[in-house]
Every structure is written in C-alpha cells, then in structure tokens.
Design a protein around this ligand. Structure first.
Ligand SMILES: NC(=O)c1ccc[n+]([C@@H]2O[C@H](COP(=O)([O-])OP(=O)(O)OC[C@H]3O[C@@H](n4cnc5c(N)ncnc54)[C@H](OP(=O)(O)O)[C@@H]3O)[C@@H](O)[C@H]2O)c1
Length: 259
C-alpha cells in the first residue's frame, strides 16, 4: 500500500481527494487546522476502506506547525503522493489589501507547498517514483480577472509545477498541476465572498474526479473545465514560439529605435 499526504483535507477539494484516494486503497495522512473534521473523515475512511489514516493538525502558515508536517514527510512510512491542496483566497484589490493578510496568504499558498514538495522530493527521486499534485487555479492563466495577489500565488504554483516536472520527471517523479475554475467549496465564504454570485460553478466531486483522470494519464497540467485539449496545446505551442526569441544576444529591431 502506498501513502498519500493531503493538505487542506478537512473540506472542499482536499476532503474529496481523501475520499477518492481511500477508495484506491492508499493509506492517508490528512493535514489541516480543524482537528474534529479531520478525525471524523479519518474514522469514516478507516471503517469504509480498511486503510490507515493519520491526522496532523497544523496551521501551515505557522513555521513551527509547518515544521511538524515537514518532519512527517521525512519519516516512515514514506509519502508516495503529496497533494498540495491547502489554500485560501483574499478578496479585494491590491491597493487596499492588509500587508499582514497578504503575507499569511503567501505563507499558505506559496511557501508551504514549496517546502512540502522540497521535503518529499529527495526520497521520491531516490526511490525513482512518487507523485506531487499541486492545486493551482485557472486564475494562474487569467490574472486580469482577479484582484490582489491570489492569482499571482497560483501562477507561482503552476510555474513551480512545470519547472519541477522538467527537473524530476525523468527521475520517475510525476508532478501534476491542477487548475480548477470556480468550484463549489467553502473558499469563497471563508474569504468573505459569496459563491451564489459566481456563474458556472463546478461541483467539487466532478472537479476531483476529472483531476484524477488527468493524474492517471500523467498530464502535467489538468484544467478540468476546458472542453478542448487542443486549446491548451495551442497555448503551449505559442509559448514555445515566443521562447525561440529568448536566445538572441541583441535586442529586437523594434527596440533599436526610439520611435
Ligand atoms: N474552490 C474553487 O473555486 C477553487 C478554484 C481554484 C483553485 N482552488 C484551490 O483549491 C484548493 C482547495 O480549496 P477549496 O476550494 O477546497 O477550499 P476550502 O473548502 O476552503 O478548503 C481549504 C482547505 O485548506 C485548509 N486550510 C486553510 N487554511 C489553512 C492553514 N492556515 N493551514 C492548514 N490548512 C489550511 C482548510 O482547512 P482548515 O480550515 O481546517 O485548516 C481546508 O481544508 C486551494 O488551494 C484553492 O486555492 C479552489
């Protein structure tokens, strides 16, 4: 049996990952702040699937509590699948954002998944297998649609996933970035928003099931609501065309004149 560690498993996308990975027979380590919710999910999944489920209560924005989770990642049994899911949003624009709240969001959405991935990577590479699932957002590709720093945190998660995959996929470690669009979870209400004002909301079970289809196909980037895979391929092709220009040692002709 393999072991999956899921952050943010107490609700929403993370709780559905826990249920789905339990059905697949993985032992689980569930991480979040709400101990009661984690314990209740853990006992349900132990009873239903005969798997082992550990619970770690941790606020991932707190350095010493994050350290506890990092220690678990280094311990035995080793982690085969890391689901970097815990995250939050901040409503409101950048100009009026509270710097302390922005720093907390960066700790949760950027620093924690980075250090957690770092903690599992060495042993995954040494074993020649393992998987890291990073929950980003379609806003990583659509920053103008969202105010404040949330989209930037998710662009970081996408870029980290792409860069990590380039580094470790040949060493047997699979990295997936999942980009949900609006999905029915608690994230809106927690951030002071109102999900009833959001059009075209995907149900959370549908989102995770689709993401797991992408996982089984070993996709690097999975965007469940996009109907045509060719749209993503065209986007990646355009990126490749743009990159052809990065290796010139001289500025492009249009920048050699001030008019
Ligand atoms: N729902 C969407 O529309 C949507 C769209 C794109 C991307 N996403 C991404 O999906 C991921 C999961 O969010 P969700 O939509 O499922 O929202 P959610 O229902 O609010 O779940 C967030 C999870 O993160 C945990 N969490 C929050 N703050 C934490 C902290 N300081 N330390 C540890 N755990 C913390 C929460 O548990 P506790 O409160 O118990 O700690 C909860 O389990 C996030 O990364 C989010 O950015 C969501």
């Amino acid at each position: 049996m393999t072991t999956a560690l899921i952050t943010g498993a107490s609700s929403g996308i993370g709780a559905v990952y826990a249920r789905r990975l339990a059905v697949r027979g993985h032992n689980l380590v569930l991480v979040a702040r709400a101990t009661d919710r984690l314990n209740s999910l853990a006992s349900e999944l132990r009873d239903a699937h005969g798997i082992s489920v550990e619970v770690i209560t941790a606020d991932l924005t707190d350095t010493s509590q994050l350290e506890l989770v990092l220690q678990r990642l280094h311990a035995e049994p080793s982690i085969d699948i890391l689901v970097n899911n815990a995250g939050a949003a901040l409503v409101g624009d950048f100009a009026s954002a509270d710097p302390a709240k922005m720093e907390t969001l960066l700790s949760l959405n950027v620093v924690a998944p980075t250090l957690l991935a770092s903690a599992v990577l060495d042993s995954m590479v040494a074993r020649g297998n393992g998987a890291i699932i990073n929950i980003a957002s379609v806003l990583a590709l659509l920053p103008e649609y969202s105010r404040g720093i949330y989209a930037a945190t998710k662009a970081y998660v996408l870029t980290l996933s792409q860069s990590l995959a380039a580094e470790v996929s040949a060493k047997g470690v699979y990295v997936q970035a999942v980009l949900p669009a609006a999905t029915r979870t608690e994230i809106y209400e927690r951030a002071g928003g109102d999900i009833s004002k959001v059009p075209d909301v995907m149900e959370v079970e549908a989102l995770v099931d689709a993401a797991l289809v992408g996982f089984d196909r070993r996709e690097l980037v999975t965007i469940p609501p996009v109907p045509d895979a060719a749209a993503w391929e065209a986007f990646e092709h355009a990126r490749g065309v743009l990159a052809l220009g990065f290796s010139n040692s001289e500025p492009a002709a249009r920048y050699r004149s001030s008019v």
